[in-house]
Design a protein around this ligand. Structure first.
Ligand code: HEM
Length: 393
């Protein structure tokens, strides 16, 4: 659904579509973050932590309630944008996500709670809860400062920052470290403490990147820069652990999944370097007001840094059937769309001319991603052997 909506959005400049662009963007972004990433991540976390906790009934209730709220958003946002029913479904989603966090906090077995990976999952869930302060504040801000105010924008940026830099990325690292722990690849106590604190101080300090568009005093840039450097060092610590245990790691993931994992590590590294460069005021000025750079960056994170590892984990746990061909096509579409979006960003920045038929190329490249996702999806439906049970009854 997200890919179909995304391609529809990319078709707007080429064909006449009788829908409201803004409403479709709202649908696309909500269903992408909550329907795909949230659902997949929460499923993997349950698979890791609650498999033997005897909570299948509670889990199923929360799961299906959450899906109803997402479907509610899917059918209301395209027609009404932000209006009564879509806001009701979004609010109910937030509430069900609190229940999910409660389920993990309460029912994770004590033994698993001792693990480093759990510490990451726990804080990731807290970031998810903290991020929700953004949407709760929107109502109040709308009544007081209005929808056009800086405060309104910053509440949205607060939500997005703690969603993807806090909840999504830290949870992905937690899931990965859990898999390493299962194979006795462990951080030393000191190394983990350093990794954990650098990473999390980084999450909080890099929030300041989200307000650089306001051209704040230089101290804000400096704090954002320190946070970005901390995160680079933390990632370096993780890479060191992986490098030391390279041969063990090769026995965990198949050569294909290892290669894809390396690609996503590369994408994450580029993200960390980009967030570092954006702290330079001159760069921040250029990037903040260039829609294509922003959209390119957002999709770099969601389609690359976040969705690719999630697919790897789903394949690893056999929650989804692996398809090398379609994953390769997905990566091809991702690379092509990113090149085209950043190319347009550069053209606008340098006031050059776009190549003719640019929007056609972008639509076709986006269609390649849709094709790949459709392929992966069809394989799940066709397979008789898929593991459909997440938690034992
Ligand atoms: C075939 C795949 C995709 C295509 C073609 C696509 C395309 C688009 C387009 C055209 C926009 C509107 C940009 C604008 O005018 O503001 C957009 C926005 C957005 N997309 Fe995607 N997208 C895809 C996949 C995804 C995925 C997988 C995610 C996340 C999991 C995602 C998250 C978002 C978000 C959060 C926005 C809102 C950005 C904003 O409001 O500034 N997209 N996408």
């Amino acid at each position: 659904m997200i890919a179909i909506l995304g391609v529809m959005l990319r078709l707007f400049p080429i064909v006449s579509i009788s829908s409201n662009y803004k409403f479709l963007v709202h649908t696309h972004s909500h269903v992408a973050l909550l329907g795909w990433i949230y659902t997949a991540l929460s499923t993997i976390i349950c698979k890791q932590y609650l498999q033997n906790a005897n909570v299948a009934k509670k889990y199923n209730r929360i799961f299906w309630f959450t899906q109803v709220t997402i479907i509610g958003m899917l059918v209301t946002f395209p027609f009404t944008g932000y209006a009564f029913f879509s806001i009701v479904f979004s609010t109910l989603f937030l509430i069900s996500s609190y229940f999910f966090a409660w389920l993990i906090f309460k029912y994770t077995p004590t033994k698993l709670k001792q693990r480093n990976s759990y510490k990451l999952i726990r804080i990731a869930l807290w970031y998810m809860i903290i991020s929700s302060l953004g949407p709760w504040m929107l109502g109040i801000i709308m009544q007081t400062s209005g929808q056009e105010s800086s405060l309104y924008k910053n509440a949205i940026y607060f939500y997005l920052h703690f969603q993807y830099n806090g909840w999504f990325i830290i949870a992905i690292l937690g899931v990965f470290i859990y898999i390493l722990e299962q194979h006795s690849i462990l951080f030393s106590k000191k190394a983990f403490n350093n990794f954990f604190w650098l990473l999390n101080t980084g999450v909080i300090a890099t929030f300041f990147i989200s307000i650089l568009w306001m051209i704040p005093p230089f101290i804000i840039n400096s704090l954002a820069l320190i946070g970005s450097i901390f995160q680079l060092i933390a990632f370096g610590l993780l890479l060191k652990l992986v490098k030391i245990n390279k041969s063990k790691l090769n026995s965990i993931f198949s050569p294909f999944l290892s290669a894809i994992l390396k690609i996503s590590a590369g994408l994450f590294l580029v993200k960390l370097v980009l967030q570092l460069t954006v702290c330079i005021p001159l760069v921040a000025d250029v990037v903040s007001y260039n829609v294509d750079f922003v959209i390119g960056y957002i999709h770099w994170i969601f389609l690359g840094v976040v969705s690719i590892p999630i697919l790897i984990f789903l394949f690893y746990y056999q929650l989804a059937i692996k398809s090398k061909t379609f994953l390769a096509i997905y990566i091809l579409g991702f690379v092509l769309t990113e090149c085209l979006i950043f190319y347009k960003g550069i053209v606008i920045w340098l006031e050059l001319n776009l190549i003719t038929n640019y929007y056609h190329y972008l639509a076709v490249a986006s269609g390649i991603i849709l094709l790949a996702i459709f392929g992966i999806f069809l394989i799940q439906l066709k397979s008789k052997n898929r593991s459909s049970i997440i938690l034992k009854h």
